[in-house]
Each structure stands twice: as C-alpha cells, then as structure tokens.
Design a binder for this molecule. Structure first.
Ligand code: HEC
Length: 160
C-alpha cells in the first residue's frame, strides 16, 4: 500500500514537472516570436533569402555570396556580428560597404597598412584571404548592408 502510494506520488510529481517544462518552452517560443531556436552563429532567414534572390538574378555573384557567407560565418562573425553591424566599441560596422569598397578595405589590411587604432585585430584575418575569398566576402558584405537583422538580440555580444 505504502509503496503504491509513493509511486503514485512520484508519477504525479514527474507529470507536473514535465507539464511545467512544456509550458515554459511554449511560453518562450511565443514570447520570442519563434526565434528561441534560432542559432546566432547562422545568418538570419532574411539573409539567406537575399542570397537566394541574388542567386536567381545573377548566378555568378550569387555563387560568390554563398561562398562568402560560409567564410564570414566562420571567420568574421564573431567580431563584426552576423549582421555586419560591428561591435559595441572597436569593431566597425560593415554595413556601409558595397562589394568593391569592402574588397578595397580588405586589400589594405592584407597589405599590412595601419588603418585605425585596432588594426592589429583585423590584419591577421585579412592576411589569410586569397583574392577570390576577398571577392566572395565582398559580395556577401554587400548583401549584409541590405538586410536588417530582425533579431539583433539573438546575436552573441562581444567586448569590441
Ligand atoms: C578579431 C576581430 C575581427 C575579426 C575576426 C575580423 N575583423 Fe574585420 N575588423 C576588426 C577591427 C577591430 C577592425 C577595425 C581595425 C582598425 O582599427 O583599423 C576591422 C575592420 C574591418 C573592415 C574595414 C571596415 C571599415 O569600414 O573601416 C572590413 C571590411 C573588415 N574588417 C572585414 C572583415 C572580414 C571580411 C573578416 C573575416 C575574414 C573580418 N573582418 C574579421 C576586427 C575583426
């Protein structure tokens, strides 16, 4: 008898906890507009859509932007953010650049010239880039300038 009662109580406790977890999950999903499961290391859906549109209109530039997206995600996002908006203090926004001006800046950093006070942070990343990679990144940065990040809070924050 006693054992049966305690196993009932255990089951009720378990059901209660499960219920609460499910309710909290639903609540978070609703409160965050479905973005709770968004991976901040990935470009926003709007960015993917813009790359797709370019791919349809201009497959050559679209392919560059697609390659640029992958590079950017792994090498540039942590400092410049997935939206290209830059950091809070030191990292400039990339959103003012089109492909040409972004490539021009990368070329300057790659050549080792001093630009701003934080050039040492940027130079090693530019030095690793091939000519082709710079153009791929430029194409992607031009797209970033056209896409508003609907979920800036989904980004990881960084000190720079
Ligand atoms: C470690 C952090 C960091 C990483 C990673 C990084 N950057 Fe930067 N980037 C900076 C900082 C800081 C500056 C400004 C440097 C200065 O003061 O001259 C900068 C400047 C730039 C600029 C010039 C912007 C302007 O208008 O002044 C471009 C373009 C740029 N980065 C592109 C990239 C790309 C593309 C990548 C990936 C390959 C990348 N960065 C990776 C930190 C970083």
């Amino acid at each position: 008898m006693a054992a049966e009662r305690s196993s009932h109580a255990l089951f009720r406790g378990f059901a209660l906890v499960t219920g609460i977890v499910i309710l909290v999950a639903i609540g978070l999903y609703v409160l965050t507009d479905g973005k709770i499961n968004e991976d901040p290391s990935l470009p926003t859906p709007e960015t993917y859509a813009a790359v797709d549109r370019l791919m349809e209109n201009d497959p050559v530039r679209g392919a560059r932007a697609t390659a640029g997206l992958e590079l950017y995600r792994h090498r540039c996002r942590l400092c410049h953010h997935r939206s290209g908006r830059g950091g809070d203090k030191f990292t400039p926004s990339l959103q003012k650049h089109d492909a040409q001006s972004a490539v021009a800046m990368l070329d300057i950093y790659r050549s080792g010239q001093k630009v701003g006070p934080m050039t040492v942070l940027m130079t090693p990343w530019a030095e690793e880039l091939s000519e082709e990679e710079m153009h791929n990144l430029g194409e992607y940065i031009e797209i970033l300038a056209t896409v508003a990040d609907a979920n800036p809070r989904g980004e990881q924050s960084e000190g720079g």
